[in-house]
Write a protein of this length. Structure first.
Length: 444
């Protein structure tokens, strides 16, 4: 009975729709294209799924390092300059232009597969070995190392001995320009780099004064002062003997016998050869008869001093001075804010927050790339510490056993992630250098 009622209700619904003149959904009006045969997929075949793009090696290098050399090798010249600006107070990057380009090209190998195909760039890693994990990227290979600086130092010494002062000056200046772009691997190398900076800047200062002295033929007083100041630079013993012999001769000819006698005594104390020793004794005997100076010099050998790297005047002990944050050369206070005349890189008196390469050279920089081998027994937890953590005198129990070194290493990682501070350090000099198409990696 229920089925009969449902059948009658359905018939009434059909009759009602038959009386409706509208076309309903009009599905019959849909014009479809002719059917295209779809190729069947073999049940045994697998559909290719493109792998997820990985992070470019250059980006990995810059994210894992706070060293300017690694950023330059990756082609990130702007961040490399910002790091140098903050770490060493460097503002003039023109002398580093060719070195940046060498770092970038030297950290890559270029492969040409076909004549019509583009050149493939392959990253070259520092310290790579066959046992290295393919999933762990090492730091970039660097074209500059400490052994190269040692060879330049020897060549600079030889040029000084041979009297080729212009060539020697170029070599010592090149050492000062290269040091911020090298990575040292041990504490011993850190000490050697610090010593090398002192040697190079002392020779640059001394050679600059000697070259200027030769230009001042009409100013005998200033000539004597330059010769005298040269003898107070930190020179190797053979070069110190030559400088003392030169100053002794110049002062003796200028009738400054008391000053010449002082140089003669100092020369005899260096155990010179027979000819120099004979000349020093003759000057000393002649000067002792009349220990006077014909002209007054701005020079007091009894009072310890350093020579200003810009004005070439003595800065005696106790007097105020300012220094270059990159090469440590000292200057009179009036030179603050000027470009260093020794390294020609940094601004005198600039505030360098971390002297990354000069102070510690990023000791054991390799560990910065593999956090499974962290130099600090705290592990990676210190990376999550608040910023003011470094303002507190927290004694670290890491393997360095040196709270200052550990503090700086930890702080380097904090600086690496501080992009805001990096952007704030960009200067007009940096933008001018970056504006050159020849300086950018894509301009190679």
């Amino acid at each position: 009975m229920f089925d009969q009622q449902r059948s009658k209700a359905g018939q009434r619904s059909i009759n009602m729709f038959k009386g409706n003149e509208e076309g309903g959904w009009d599905l019959e009006d849909l014009e479809l294209p002719p059917e295209v045969e779809t190729p069947r997929v073999n049940a045994r075949s697998s559909v290719f799924v493109a792998p997820t793009p990985g992070m470019p090696v250059n980006q990995i290098w810059t994210q894992r390092s706070s060293l300017a050399a690694d950023h330059a090798a990756a082609g990130n010249f702007d961040t490399a300059m910002r790091l140098l600006s903050r770490q060493l107070g460097i503002r003039n990057f023109a002398p580093l232009k060719s070195m940046f380009l060498d770092l970038h090209t030297g950290s890559h190998s270029y492969l040409r597969a076909f004549s019509s195909a583009p050149v493939v760039s392959l990253a070259v890693e520092r310290g790579w070995s066959e046992s290295a994990s393919p999933n762990v990227r090492g730091p970039p290979a660097l074209v500059f190392n400490f052994s190269q600086l040692d060879e330049k130092l020897k060549a600079g010494y030889k040029g000084t001995t041979d009297g080729k002062f212009t060539e020697a000056l170029r070599l010592f200046l090149s050492i000062l320009h290269t040091i911020p772009l090298i990575v040292v691997e041990s504490r011993r190398e850190v000490d050697e780099v610090k010593e090398l900076i002192i040697i190079a800047k002392e020779y640059v200062l001394g050679l600059q004064m000697e070259l200027k002295r030769r230009e001042l033929k009409d100013n005998p007083v200033r000539q004597q002062e330059f010769a005298a100041y040269f003898t107070h630079c930190n020179l190797q013993m053979p070069h110190l003997r030559l400088a003392l012999r030169n100053a002794m001769t110049i002062c003796f000819k200028a009738k400054n016998l008391a000053t010449a006698a002082n140089f003669a005594r100092r020369l005899l104390e260096t155990n010179p050869n027979e000819n120099h020793s004979k000349a020093a004794r003759q000057v000393l005997q002649s000067s002792e008869r009349n220990m006077t100076d014909a002209s007054q010099l701005n020079y007091d050998f009894r009072n310890p001093f350093v020579t200003c790297g810009a004005t070439y005047v003595p800065i005696y002990r106790g007097q105020k001075d300012v220094s270059c944050p990159s090469c440590t050369t000292r200057f009179v206070p009036t030179q603050e804010g000027q470009l260093c005349t020794i390294c020609v890189l940094a601004v005198i008196g600039a505030d360098a927050s971390v002297e990354a390469l000069r102070s510690i050279g990023k000791i054991l920089g390799k560990t910065n790339w593999n956090f499974d081998i962290d130099p600090c027994s705290r592990g990676n937890s210190w990376l999550d510490q608040p910023t003011d953590y470094y303002a507190n005198n927290v004694t670290c129990d890491c393997s360095f056993n040196n709270n200052t070194i550990c503090h700086v290493i930890h702080l380097l990682e904090r600086i690496r992630s501080d992009e805001v501070a990096l952007n704030a350090m960009e200067t007009e000099s940096q933008r001018a250098v970056l504006g050159s198409s020849n300086f950018m990696p894509n301009g190679l």
